[in-house]
Design a binder for this molecule. Structure first.
Ligand SMILES: [Fe+2]
Length: 241
């Protein structure tokens, strides 16, 4: 399996708090049958490192890969980021090529402030598209606009944007509304990917083993394979979904 969204690199955001935690997270991935992850630190988020596409970011990424090698952890880690999109500087970031898409593909993982209006969400998503990227919308079920009107996420699906649900939402760890919205999007087959959005080894850990029984309640075996493997693979190899 492939985990497309994971805060596993230590030192760069509110994810893994130490090299030790990061290694434990990587081991949990492997124990759960996840052999490939995309490291997606928060980017453009105030209060965190900005994690734009630059030499320093490349160094952090290489250091993390070296750390796994040192500890003989054979997890395949690919580069990415989770871009916090807001109107004050998204255009500039796209214009100046500062964003880090998922494994150098056209697919860009984007997140928003939970309170963003539907109009602004649509405007920002169109902007991402206009610069040649395909938005992968991180945890739409957590945004209030989608919780109030889940049809918004169905429109995004129809527009060719990628819908990525969080494991924690589906399991009810991120609030009841997020849980209900995520389960609704699964039941309508409007989700493309389920990812861990892991930050640690406890409440927000990687791995999908604990999630599988719930997925089986909502999805066919073929759909589960698409969510956890097929679609993430297509994204990382820059194919259409
Ligand atoms: Fe995240």
């Amino acid at each position: 399996m492939i985990d497309l969204h994971c805060h596993i690199i230590p030192w760069v955001d509110d994810g893994a708090e130490s090299a030790h935690t990061a290694c434990r997270m990587a081991e949990i991935c492997l124990q759960n049958g996840v052999d490939t992850i995309v490291a997606t630190p928060h980017s453009n988020l105030v209060g965190s490192r900005l994690n734009y596409r630059d030499r320093l970011f490349t160094e952090y990424f290489s250091m993390f890969r070296a750390l796994l090698r040192q500890h003989d952890i054979p997890l395949r880690v690919l580069p990415g980021s989770e871009v916090f999109a807001h109107s004050s500087n998204l255009r500039e970031l796209l214009q100046e090529d500062k964003v880090i898409p998922l494994n150098h593909s056209r697919y860009l993982l984007v997140e928003f402030n939970f309170h963003t209006s539907p109009e602004m969400l649509n405007r920002l998503l169109r902007m991402v598209r206009a610069y040649g990227y395909i938005p992968v919308i991180a945890h739409p079920e957590r945004y209030y606009a989608v919780q109030e009107a889940p049809g918004l996420a169905l429109q995004w699906y129809d527009q060719g944007y990628v819908i990525q649900l969080n494991k924690g939402s589906l399991m009810g760890r991120l609030g009841q509304s997020a849980c209900e919205t995520a389960q609704y999007l699964l039941s309508t087959q409007a989700a493309h990917v389920v990812a861990s959005d892991a930050h640690d080894t406890r409440g927000r850990a990687p791995g999908f083993r604990s999630l599988l029984p719930l997925l089986r309640d909502f999805c066919s075996p073929e759909y589960i394979r698409d969510l956890l493997e097929g679609n993430p693979f297509r994204i990382l190899t820059d194919q259409n979904l």
